[in-house]
Design a binder for this molecule. Structure first.
Ligand code: PGA
Ligand code: ZN
Length: 430
């Protein structure tokens, strides 16, 4: 048995230049596990809260209190525990902070610690992280189908357009490597189109092109054009995926598309998205409805759930309870898994399992504030989650995750790529 000897946190910096928490766990045999907390910008109101210092310095977002919580109470409670018992370690952390939003210890302190335990256990077992996850949770490993952003938007691009992510998926590829290749062609074709229209304006937070468009739909039209310019037929090997992130522009069943100066009811939003689903090869849509509008989410799922993947992100905040509730009421048919939305690895895996028992799709996801930490690549492979959402195809905090999957592909074999399996039910062209 290998025991946790020390737990140490330090302040490091994320892809937006904001402070975040890194945790290192050393075992009595010298093995070391390390992880860094990511940070969201378009956050669900029910997700775990990052503990930030407030005040004037560093615009109030410093993390010295979260770091102190790891170095103090969390370290004291984890010392001496068997690192292989992830559940016991996570339970010990949760006993220190039973608050629903982890506001006592801080979601950032909790997630970095829990992931560091997982890393330390993998090192101790002499296994790559994905293999440890697969063995510990009894899941068949596979290489995920990526969702890759071409245009950013919403809270990640100064709200230049209302819709947050315009992404592609390449379910028709024969390997993970081929997904990367085709994505590169589409990504730079989109860049060329923007440049030829005099609309080059840099990158959004997750590396997608900054969206200089006159309407939200123009982004979709341009994306289709980019897929064609890359030599692909939209709806065949390459399809579209959207993250509407509707909670960001809707409250109490009323939605405001600022770019188009349009106020919409839930029904009007559902109709508009329905038109897009008819007109464009969209196979997956995330948070089409706001987190506080469950009846509309049920209605959206009733109307379109048989032909499109409907992912709850802010709507479900990686909560097993909310997934079960949504499955019972008929809202959504897939869940985004972001460990830092719920807090610990154990809770995130519980949510993953709840989604699987409901027959749902599962998508392991990064946040818009990321780092060189590549834990999510391993989680998606080790759980056999089926899909991975990391952001776009530039910026090293994004590319690090895709590149890690390529390394894993070498270990696991390219046959382990799931391709269109997770979307088989919702294949647009069929
Ligand atoms: P966030 O957004 O990390 O800024 O919350 C990502 C998403 O909505 O999927
Ligand atoms: Zn989202």
């Amino acid at each position: 048995m290998s025991r946790i000897q020390s737990v140490k946190a330090r302040r490091v910096w994320d892809s937006r230049g904001k402070p975040t928490v890194e945790v290192e766990i050393v075992l009595d045999n010298g093995c070391l596990g390390r992880a860094i907390a990511p940070a969201g910008a378009s956050r669900g109101s029910r997700e775990a809260l990052d503990l930030r210092d407030g005040g004037a310095s560093l615009r109030g977002v410093d993390v010295s209190r979260a770091v102190a919580n790891v170095n103090g109470p969390i370290a004291a409670t984890l010392k001496g525990l068997d690192v292989r018992d992830q559940q016991a370690a996570d339970n010990a952390i949760l006993e220190l902070d039973p608050s629903p939003l982890k506001e006592v210890m801080g979601g950032n302190a909790v997630v970095a610690t829990s992931l560091a335990v997982l890393h330390a256990a993998a090192i101790d077992a002499g296994k790559p992280l994905w293999r440890h996850v697969s063995d510990y949770y009894g899941q068949q490993p596979s290489l995920p189908l990526p969702e890759i952003q071409i245009f950013g938007g919403g809270a990640h691009a100064g709200r230049r357009v209302d819709i947050q992510d315009f992404m592609i998926m390449v379910p028709g590829a024969s390997s993970f490597d081929e997904v990367m290749e085709i994505t590169s062609e589409v990504y730079f074709a989109a860049g060329d189109i923007m440049a030829s229209r005099g609309k080059t304006a840099g990158l959004a937070d997750e590396g997608g092109w900054w969206p200089v468009f006159d309407s939200n739909e123009e982004a979709l039209e341009t994306l289709v054009l980019a897929i064609e310019k890359a030599g692909e037929k939209p709806g065949e090997r390459v399809v579209i995926s959207l993250d509407v992130a509707a909670s960001e522009f809707g409250k109490n069943g009323s939605y405001r598309l600022a770019l188009e100066d349009r106020e919409m009811s839930s029904e009007a939003l559902i109709d508009m998205l329905g038109r897009w689903l008819d007109a464009y090869p969209i196979v997956s849509i995330e948070d089409p409805i706001g987190e506080d509008d469950p009846e509309a989410m049920v209605e959206f799922t009733r109307r379109f759930g048989d032909r499109v993947q409907i992912i709850g992100d802010d709507y479900l905040v990686t909560s097993a309870r909310l997934v079960e509730e949504a499955a019972n009421t008929g809202a959504c048919n897939a869940v985004l898994i972001k460990v830092n939305q719920i807090g610990t690895v154990s809770e995130a895996v519980e949510t993953f399992k709840a989604a699987k028992s409901a027959g749902w799709g599962t998508i392991v996801s990064a946040r818009s504030g990321e780092t060189e930490d590549v834990s999510i690549s391993h989680l998606s492979v080790g759980l056999g989650a089926g899909q991975l959402k990391v952001g776009s195809f530039q910026r090293s905090e994004r590319m690090a995750k895709w590149n890690e999957c390529l390394r894993i592909q070498d270990e696991l074999g390219s046959d382990a790529f799931v391709g269109d399996a997770p979307l088989a039910k919702t294949w647009w062209a069929s």
